[in-house]
Design a protein around this ligand. Structure first.
Ligand code: SIN
Length: 348
């Protein structure tokens, strides 16, 4: 039974398996992600009208591997604009799961609102056997419509779980494949509706300093791996920043990335697991040494130019390398100073 007094929720569709149609419907066979429209997806779940007055908008209709950083910027601007509407309780973004965690984290950093934004996908196509999209969409809309979801930042709702976009990751390609690792989830979507048990405490939403006005493209940031025997990566693409996935670099890697820092490139190190929380001087160089007066210089000698100090590496705190890359891209829209970038990684 539709509820005419239910909160309004805007569903913005971007594509993915949740909009996927199979070559042979009703099988477990191959499918085309990003085929059904926003209206078709929402119409397939009539129960939505019990919990929300749903509006729809088609942002794109693609597999999420085709989502670009420029699309993140446009999507975040659109969500910031629609959340100004007083009559809108929240937004749901339907998205392919391959790149869902990246888009969700970008929105977590750049949507400056206390209203709920929920990103949702599916691991089985809409026309397959036992699709997970309809129940995931229902849970996402119930969460976006709920006053309990205010001030929780951008969330990922999948498989009845409510996850913070900061921590959510795709672990595998089956239902239940999204997890938050050690940090736990915010809550669950129970039969009576969303139930929260935790809230994120880092900086996001209304307290975010990242203003996308005037930003259309993001600074170029590369991502590279460190490994035994590695010598580090050199770039022909002139990145402004580099994220190195490492638990500790080789001597040669340290030298390569130190030289890169010397040229003004901001280097961030992140554990592949995303579970490390140690700060300060990531990358094996240790925290930046305090400046000391040079007591060795003789007054009567001709001064030799001092070697400029090497800018410190930045340590990502409890972020996966892909998410550290996104925070660095966003941070570089504000500053190129690695100490300021470290401050940003410490707060978000
Ligand atoms: C995609 O990411 O667009 C395809 C895979 C999925 O949605 O699960």
């Amino acid at each position: 039974m539709p509820n005419p007094d239910a909160p309004k929720v805007l569903v913005i569709a971007t594509g993915g398996t949740i909009a996927g149609v199979q070559n042979a419907p009703g099988t477990l066979g191959a499918y085309r992600a990003g085929t059904l429209t926003a209206d078709q997806i929402t119409a397939s779940v009539p129960e939505l009208s019990r919990y929300a007055r749903v509006e729809t908008e088609q942002f794109s209709n693609v597999a999420s591997t085709l989502v670009t950083p420029e699309m993140w910027v446009r999507l975040a601007k659109r969500i910031n604009a629609v959340l100004e509407r007083r009559d809108l309780a929240g937004v749901v973004v339907t998205h392919g799961t391959d790149r869902l965690e990246e888009t969700a984290f970008f929105l977590y950093l750049t949507v400056r609102s206390s209203k709920p934004v929920v990103v949702v996908g599916a691991q089985r196509p809409a026309t397959g056997i036992s699709p997970d999209g309809p129940i995931n969409l229902l849970s996402a809309v119930r969460t976006a419509a709920s006053p309990k979801a205010v001030q929780k930042g951008v969330m990922v709702v999948m498989d009845d779980r409510i996850l913070s976009a900061r921590e959510s990751r795709k672990l595998y390609q089956r239902t239940g494949g999204f997890s938050t690792g050690d940090m736990g989830m915010l809550g669950v979507v129970a039969s009576q509706g969303p139930e929260f048990f935790f809230a994120p405490v880092r900086r996001f939403g209304e307290r975010s300093e990242f203003d996308l006005n005037g930003v259309d493209t993001l600074p170029k940031v590369e991502l590279t791996m460190s490994y035994p025997g590695g010598t580090g990566h050199t770039f022909t693409t002139n990145p402004q920043g580099v994220v190195v996935a490492t638990t500790g670099m080789t001597t040669a890697e340290n030298a390569t990335y130190r030289a890169l820092r010397q040229t003004g490139v901001v280097v961030v190190t992140a554990f592949t697991s995303g579970e490390n929380a140690n700060g300060g001087g990531g990358g094996g160089d240790g925290p930046p040494a305090p400046a000391r007066p040079d007591t060795t210089a003789r007054r009567d000698s001709v001064a030799t130019p001092a070697t400029p100090p090497v800018p410190p590496a930045v340590a990502a705190l409890h972020l996966t390398p892909t998410k550290a890359r996104i925070l660095l891209m966003v941070a570089l829209t504000k500053t190129k100073n690695p100490r300021e970038v470290q401050r940003i990684f410490n707060e978000y």
